[in-house]
Design a protein around this ligand. Structure first.
Ligand code: GRF
Length: 211
């Protein structure tokens, strides 16, 4: 049975596109049932509309209370029978009501090797600038389960690339984003194939029978 996904994003949605492409190419047994954005004009919403994927601009500010916001959001997720949430460039913190509703079923991708270069305010080009400033020799991507803290949950997948002497934050951003597009669908596949177990904050991945 396909994994029913909701993809949450605040920006361009290039990871969402990569996920939909993997689904189209039958590399991922999943279906993107819903796209959510807190930004009215986000590229991710335009992409969803073009592809005919149900989408919704919804943000905390539109509601008088947090409870009202979460009751609307969780109703939407239920209505679209979402079983798993993928954060792809979503800049808001995920609150307890969602974490409780989707235990170990929300993942995020971060454009560096956590636990370094993460946390509140560490997103976009700032991450790559910090990597360059620190003079580290490798950077990469981290896919992790989401808990109530920024960039903090158990790690599902990491891939590394070298930081070259001539790299700038912009060149790193480009290289890292390409890596995200290749590996985010793969990380989702672990869940679609029910191959993940979480024990003591560690994620174990069973080998695929297909590989
Ligand atoms: C990615 O770099 C991701 O790591 C970060 O936000 C960016 C999203 O890009 N969380 P896009 O919206 O998927 O193009």
């Amino acid at each position: 049975m396909n994994l029913n996904l909701a993809v949450f994003g605040s920006g361009n949605g290039s990871n969402c596109k990569a996920i939909v492409k993997a689904v189209d190419e039958k590399k991922l047994a999943a279906e993107v049932r819903l796209v959510i954005s807190d930004q009215e004009n986000a590229g991710i919403l335009t992409f969803a509309r073009e592809r005919g994927i149900p989408s919704r601009w919804i943000s905390r500010e539109q509601y008088q209370t947090k409870d009202l916001f979460y009751s609307e959001l969780t109703a939407l997720l239920r209505y679209h029978q979402v079983g798993f949430i993928v954060l792809a460039g979503y800049l808001r913190k995920i609150g307890k009501p969602l974490i409780d509703m989707y235990p170990d079923k929300i993942i995020n991708i971060h454009p560096a090797l956590l636990p370094a270069f993460g946390g509140k305010g560490m997103y976009g080009i700032r991450v790559h600038q910090a990597v360059i400033d620190a003079g580290v020799k490798v950077t990469g991507i981290t896919v992790h389960l989401v808990d109530e803290h920024y960039d903090h949950g158990p790690i599902v997948l990491q891939r590394a690339i070298n930081v070259d002497e001539q790299d700038t934050p912009e060149t790193l951003a480009e290289k890292v984003l390409k890596l995200e597009h290749s590996y985010y669908p793969e990380a989702i596949r672990y869940f679609a194939e029910n191959r993940c177990a979480v024990l003591n904050r560690k994620v174990c991945i069973k080998h695929s029978q297909k590989n």
